[in-house]
Design a protein around this ligand. Sequence first.
Ligand SMILES: [Mg+2]
Length: 434
Amino acid sequence: MQRAGSTACLAYRDVANRPRVPQLSHITRPRAAEAQRTHRCAAIPICCAHLGDGGATTMSRIDRITIQTYQYTLDNSGREYTRFLLTIDTDDGLSGSYAPHFGGTPHAQAQVQEMARGLIGVDAEQRELVFERLKISHRHYDKSGISVIDTALWDLAGKKYGVPIAQLLGGFRERLPVYASTTSGQPGRGGLGSAQGYADFAESCQSAGIPAYKIHSFFDGNPKTEIDIMTAVRERVGEDMKLMVDPASSLKSFMDAVEVGRACDDLGYFWYEDPYRDASSSAVAHKRLRDFIRTPMLIAEHIRGFEQKADFTLAGGTDIMHIDPELDGGITGTMKLAHFCDAIGMEVQLHTAGPMHRHCMAAIHNTHFYELGLVRPDSPTNILQPPIYADGYGDEVGNVGEDGCVPVPDGPGLGVTYDADRINSGELGRLEVR
Ligand SMILES: [Mg+2]
């Protein structure tokens, strides 16, 4: 399929005709900005005509956006995943990339594709303008595509100035204390097949210096299952390890949520997350639930939107705000929410793991732990991480230092190098917008 017009050109090549690029994270080429100079506003929501002068000598205008779809299989499950890599190039030869993990869903990719045309000609450093315009233009949807674009723009800015994103954000810490976040288990199967299996894994994480551990149980909706596992783990690791439980909205009723919450109180759990089947969507319900229990609740993982998360929090729906950088507006959206919570004396937790999460956490003081997950005892593979890094980057138990922390990548931008050969070998297609 190919479409061309006076303002933009999209070219899609399927797998049978796919090109090869040698260095995905460093696509550079001389390019006259002819298309940009002839660019017309038309119905495009963001364009150069909407922007101020901004300093012609330093401006980096977006002139090409590439979305590469790829497939991979995880060794420990045999399951096939499809994700994508976004690369944004500018007319002065700069490039920024982001390959989302958990947030690299087909609907996020569809949003990125739809948003891409409106970005041609925009100053790549006007991230706030991009965030605001995309938020409005995609107000009917969950806006997860913004996160991928925003992160690639932060990567580009870091590379432009030769510094890590954490430094651009204003660093607070260089080492990130982790918690091991388990996969769900299955009774009788594998390392997480029983309450003792969860206890064994918690103990091994504790021995590795990891200071905290979060249980994702069998998700069978049975409070007794949750409480049995929680009890076995606490008895095994003693009082020195912080423990959390996330039923992931699997408990069947509000009173089941109260029962498990009271067990959290009795066992001294650090937080209690997304208990029952309203999918943590009701602030009123969780405000009531908080009246029954003492353990702090971590809610809002399933609330999408900058304003919606603030509303949920102010309505008393949570004690700690859960922010997913890949779903809640990227680095820009994450930092807005973290600062909002800071102002009202609330901590935040970032959902899942990845390079962008590390840079954000490095610059957020009102947070406790980095979620190392999802991990399990019978395989070193983090099931949420695509195997696309050529530099040893990883979010697995073996990547945690003796201090129970992981580092913040210290190279320019995101500070990671994608494995171009690995991504190209799984390529399913490629879309170019320019
Ligand atoms: Mg959760």
